[in-house]
Design a protein around this ligand. Structure first.
Ligand code: FES
Ligand code: FES
Length: 213
């Protein structure tokens, strides 16, 4: 079993090391172009216009900033969570132009002009989105860390299914009639829950789908 204090020191050293590499990189760029570090850092920035939850934001962002970090660190919308930061857990799921993405895998500069919906934009206490209310009703969470991503994904999943089922079928049978629990599980498989609240999450999604049918 590794000693936790050794791990702590290693982690701190790693962070300091990473920050040093970043500073060194911009210093190196500055030297290469014969300019100040501030000028070099400015050169690495882009103007990005995002519409987030209906509000327009003009940002000057380092080209390496992910959409997730733009939301959390620059717009202070911390509802969207950083789990793995590697596209493996789904905690960072948001909707961009109506489609769900892992915001940790996408650079903010790629979304100039895009419309982003985060968990804050779906609903607020006292005015919850039906999916938020269903998660609450069915206890679709324990620690809650994965929950914003789960809910954004769930909302998008029902839209994906609606878009993929011919309208005469949805009209005749309703979305819920075409849904199987297996399909929901498969479509939600990119959202990991360490607390294992999967069966309650499934109940919440089916509840919303049935209410819409
Ligand atoms: S934080 Fe983006 S997928 Fe895990
Ligand atoms: S509720 Fe804890 S990770 Fe999903």
């Amino acid at each position: 079993m590794p000693n936790s204090s050794i791990l702590e020191i290693s982690r701190r050293h790693l962070m300091v090391g990473a920050a040093s590499v970043s500073v060194a990189a911009s210093s190196g760029v500055a030297r290469a172009y014969g300019e100040s570090r501030t000028a070099a850092e400015d050169r690495l920035k882009s103007e990005v216009r995002l519409t987030v939850n209906g509000s327009h934001h003009d940002l000057a962002l380092d080209n390496r900033v992910t959409l997730l970090d733009a939301l959390r660190e620059h717009l202070h919308l911390t509802g969207t969570k950083k789990g793995c930061d590697h596209g493996q857990c789904g905690a960072c799921t948001v909707m961009v132009n109506g489609r769900r993405i892992n915001s940790c895998l996408s650079l903010a500069v790629m979304h100039d002009g895009d419309e982003v919906t985060t968990i804050e934009g779906l609903g607020q206490p006292g005015d919850l989105h039906p999916m938020q209310a269903a998660f609450s009703k069915h206890d679709g969470f324990q620690c809650g860390y994965c929950t914003p991503g789960q809910i954004c994904s769930s909302v998008a999943v029902l839209e994906e299914i609606k878009a993929n089922i011919p309208s005469h079928v949805t009209a005749d049978l309703g979305v819920a009639a075409k849904l199987t629990e297996d399909e929901i599980r498969e479509r939600m498989s990119g959202n990991i829950c360490r607390c294992g609240a999967y069966s309650n999450i499934l109940d919440a999604i089916m509840d919303v789908a049935e209410a819409r049918a």
